[in-house]
Design a protein around this ligand. Structure first.
Ligand SMILES: [Zn+2]
Ligand SMILES: [Zn+2]
Length: 192
C-alpha cells in the first residue's frame, strides 16, 4: 500500500483497545494479525473503562450497538479503524450473543473473548486456541469495517461463525474473492 500512497496522505492506523479487564495479550495478538494479514499500521492502546450505559440490566449482557455508539463518540485520535476488545458477554437484540460486531464500512468493531474461553462441550480450550479465535474474529470484524460481507466459503475468515466449533474449522485466511475486496477497500484514499 505504502508505495502507491500520495506523500501528503495520512497513513491509516488501526487501533486495538482493550476495555475493562480484557487481556492485553489478546489485544496484541489481534494487532499482530491485522498488521500481518493486511499490512496496516496498528497501535495497541492502554486499557479503557467499559462505557457504563451499555449493560442491559434485564439480560445482564452488554449491548453491542450501544458500545459501538459510545466508542465512536470517544475522543480517540484519528484512527482509521478501531477494534475494541472485551471480555464481557455481548448481544444484539436478535441473537442470544455475538462474538463480535461491526457495522458495514463503520469505524468501530467489537470483539469479545467471553464466549471463546469454552468449547461447545463446556471444556476449556488452551490459551493459544482462545487467542487464535480472538484473532479470527478481529480480522472478520475488520473485514466488515472495510465493507466486506459474509462469504459462503467456509475456508474464508468472512464465513459467518455462530459457534466456536465453526470458528475453529474456519481457515485462518481470506479467500481470493475477499482478498481482492480487501485490497480494493485499502487502496481507496483515506483522510482522517
Ligand atoms: Zn460477520
Ligand atoms: Zn471470502
Amino acid at each position: 500500500m505504502t508505495e502507491t500512497m500520495h506523500p501528503n496522505q495520512a497513513a491509516p492506523v488501526v487501533a486495538v483497545v482493550p476495555f475493562g479487564s480484557a487481556p492485553l495479550i489478546a489485544a496484541k495478538v489481534i494487532a499482530a494479525h491485522v498488521s500481518g494479514y493486511l499490512n496496516l499500521a496498528v497501535e495497541t492502546l492502554p486499557p479503557m473503562d467499559i462505557p457504563p450505559d451499555a449493560l442491559d440490566q434485564g439480560r445482564l449482557q452488554h449491548n453491542a450497538a450501544s458500545l459501538i455508539q459510545a466508542i465512536e463518540a470517544m475522543p480517540l485520535k484519528d484512527y482509521f479503524k478501531i477494534i475494541a476488545l472485551f471480555n464481557v458477554d455481548l448481544f444484539i437484540p436478535l441473537l442470544t450473543h455475538v462474538f463480535g460486531e461491526a457495522r458495514q464500512n463503520g469505524r468501530v468493531a467489537l470483539v469479545s473473548i467471553f464466549r471463546l474461553e469454552t468449547h461447545v462441550d463446556g471444556s476449556s480450550p488452551s490459551s493459544e486456541r482462545v487467542l487464535e479465535r480472538a484473532a479470527k474474529i478481529g480480522l472478520h470484524e475488520l473485514g466488515h469495517l472495510l465493507n466486506l460481507l459474509h462469504c459462503d466459503d467456509d475456508r474464508c475468515l468472512m464465513y459467518f461463525s455462530g459457534g466456536v466449533d465453526t470458528l475453529d474449522r474456519t481457515a485462518f485466511n481470506f479467500c481470493r474473492y475477499c482478498r481482492t475486496a480487501l485490497r480494493r477497500a485499502l487502496a481507496k484514499p483515506w483522510h482522517p
